[in-house]
Design a binder for this molecule. Structure first.
Ligand SMILES: Nc1ncnc2c1ncn2[C@@H]1O[C@H](COP(=O)(O)OP(=O)(O)OP(=O)(O)O)[C@@H](O)[C@H]1O
Ligand SMILES: O=P(O)(O)OC[C@H]1O[C@H](OP(=O)(O)OP(=O)(O)O)[C@H](O)[C@@H]1O
Length: 208
């Protein structure tokens, strides 16, 4: 495929946005055209034939798996939860956090079959407890997960911990770490074949 074709890169809004731009600037990948604070969702570097698309972190795998974007930046936690059929080319090493089981300070530490666990990560949670021999009920939430055990909506939570401040402020304690997460560079499988040289160039520049 010729150089004229655009390579589309899905960039996550939210927590990973700033470090993603910092990385691209460091690597000399044209980011001048990107303005996260504007309401625009597509930014084009016409000279280098790169198009940046601004999407929710959780949606990055969907854009890449379906071929709307060739490449994308997304947290490993989301990849493990959604298990999209994409290549994971690079660990970008920023966006570090841990996915943990947490509960009320006086939680007695015994897992059992009747646990209700509030989380944004039902698949990872079910698999984690299944491997330990427990079939748990997950309650899917989209944010403020720490509230659930405080109001009796769940027994435990599975959520991201970074500084530990949110757990502390809400009288919760960490019980166990399920996984560690950092941002990853992912690629569409078919598009990697078709646009191999251009994608390889971009991956190498970022990895350098
Ligand atoms: N303290 C933290 N809390 C949440 N995510 C963090 C933290 N530190 C790093 N991350 C990483 O940043 C990613 C994006 O988090 P962010 O809070 O922007 O997404 P969100 O708004 O919760 O949801 P969505 O994924 O639906 O866009 C997480 O998936 C994770 O990989
Ligand atoms: O250990 P800490 O440094 O306190 O960070 C962890 C918190 O950050 C995230 O929430 P976020 O701020 O993204 O809000 P949310 O509740 O909407 O997911 C995560 O879900 C925890 O609640």
């Amino acid at each position: 495929m010729g150089f004229d074709e655009f390579i589309n890169i899905a960039l996550p809004k939210g927590r990973l946005a700033e470090d993603t731009i910092k990385l691209l600037v460091e690597k000399g990948i044209s980011t001048d055209c990107i303005d996260f604070s504007s309401r625009k969702l597509i930014f084009e570097d016409t000279e280098n034939r790169i198009r940046f698309m601004i999407v929710r972190n959780m949606d990055v795998p969907t854009y890449v798996e379906n071929g709307a974007c060739h490449l994308g930046v997304v947290g490993k936690d989301i990849l493990d939860e959604l298990e999209p059929d994409v290549y994971e080319f690079l660990d970008l090493r920023f966006g570090y956090c841990r996915l943990c089981v947490a509960g009320l300070k006086d939680w007695n530490g015994e897992y059992n079959h009747n646990l209700r666990i509030a989380t944004k990560y039902p698949n990872i949670t079910k698999q984690f407890f299944f491997r330990k021999g427990f079939f748990v009920e997950t309650i899917k939430l989209y944010g403020s997960i720490e509230l659930a055990p405080l109001v009796g909506l769940s027994d435990l939570i599975v959520d991201l911990v970074s500084t530990g401040e949110t757990l502390k402020r809400n009288g919760l304690k960490e019980i166990e770490t399920i996984m560690e997460s950092t941002a990853r560079l992912i690629a569409n499988k078919n598009l990697t074949k078709v646009y191999f040289n251009r994608i390889k160039d971009i991956v190498e520049v970022i990895d350098d």
